[in-house]
Design a protein around this ligand. Structure first.
Ligand code: KDG
Length: 341
């Protein structure tokens, strides 16, 4: 298990310096602006150039997540045009394999992550995001974020349909991913509510549903979970997180998003590590004891004094923040203590 600088939207000299100053040896990118995707897929040359750039900075590129929403929304909704998007998705997977980038995170959150507040007051007035189902009818505070599809849902999408769309996606992509040596990693639905948001049902909302996703993937080595500790703790606190680790086992977890949250659905707010639903040392020890050997990344972080809002601003200047340095330092301390066990 190793700590990686993750959730990076713009990889550049500043990001690389931040990683090196923190003593990290690898990075993971979150829908990076460094890749165009304008033809509907990521090209081999741009992927290879990105990996080589990270390596020339002394950093291994562990993986990517989230192809642009414009290249994926028909797949999630099962709409005409999805087969073309799937062709392009397979191209991306093949190109990633050729370029030597082994992990691609994805999600089936049709109307993306939903929040009702983006600037709630956390500890000492730090800014955090929050969700309250009672206010969800007013719309998604993240509607303008780049991964929220521009197209509204016009026909309601049921849970049964979402499961079928996910099955269709796996059938279309896993064989190619196996051959390419690329592992897909599913992010659970955030927030994990069993009611539709914006007209689309959410399905990956419980430990049982994540176990069912693993079952849908069969024994494919090209499928794993992107275990978002924050999202799973929104389902049922730390017990839900430990349950997912136990149900899937360490080797079905591809990598981990590590953040803390106070409260569970229908109402929660993000927070600093160690003041929320989970004990970070207990969760990391559980992962280690379950045989998890992948990478752990920082995730959403509170905006501290002087930090910019990283939802409105995805530049590297905003990314390299006090809140993120605190999260990474905290995780490094916990991992060092576990190593000394
Ligand atoms: O809500 C979360 O926890 C996320 O981190 C959502 C991210 O955009 C994730 O990359 C979705 O695949």
């Amino acid at each position: 298990m190793r700590l990686t600088l993750g959730h990076i939207d713009e990889y550049d000299e500043r990001t690389a310096t931040f990683a090196r100053q923190l003593g990290l040896g690898s990075v993971q990118l979150h829908n990076p602006t460094n890749l165009s995707g304008t033809d509907g897929y990521w090209g081999e040359a741009e992927l290879r150039a990105l990996r080589e750039r990270c390596e020339s900075d002394g950093l291994r590129l562990e993986g990517l997540e989230n192809v642009p929403a414009a290249n994926f929304w028909r797949i999630q909704r099962g709409l005409p045009g999805r087969d073309e998007q799937l062709d392009n998705y397979r191209r991306t997977v093949v190109n990633m394999g050729r370029a030597g980038i082994p992990v691609l995170g994805y999600h089936f959150i049709t109307t993306y992550v939903w929040r009702t507040r983006l600037r709630a007051a956390g500890r000492g007035g730090a800014l955090v995001t929050a969700f309250d189902l009672a206010d969800a009818g007013r719309g998604n505070a993240l509607a303008a974020y780049k991964l929220t599809p521009d197209e509204p849902v016009t026909e309601p999408i049921t849970a049964e349909q979402m499961w079928a769309h996910h099955r269709y996606f796996l059938d279309a992509v896993l064989p190619v991913a196996e051959e390419a040596g690329v592992r897909l990693a599913l992010h659970p639905d955030d927030p994990p509510v069993d009611v539709p948001l914006g007209g689309a049902a959410r399905i990956f909302t419980s430990p049982a549903a994540l176990a069912e996703a693993a079952r849908q993937a069969g024994g494919s080595p090209a499928w794993g979970l992107d275990l978002c500790v924050g999202t799973v703790s929104e389902m049922g606190g730390e017990p839900a997180v430990l349950e997912v680790v136990d149900r899937l086992g360490g080797d079905r977890i591809s990598y981990v998003h590590f953040r803390d949250v106070r409260g569970t659905v229908p109402r929660f707010a993000e927070c600093f590590l160690g003041e929320g639903n989970i004990s970070p040392p207990r969760v990391l020890r559980h992962l280690r004891d379950a045989g998890f050997t992948g990478f752990v990344i920082d995730d959403h972080v509170p905006a501290m004094v002087g930090d910019r809002d990283t939802w409105a601003d995805t530049s590297s200047e905003a990314y390299v923040s006090r809140g993120r340095a605190h999260a990474l330092g905290y995780l490094q301390g916990v991992l060092a203590a576990l190593d000394a066990d």
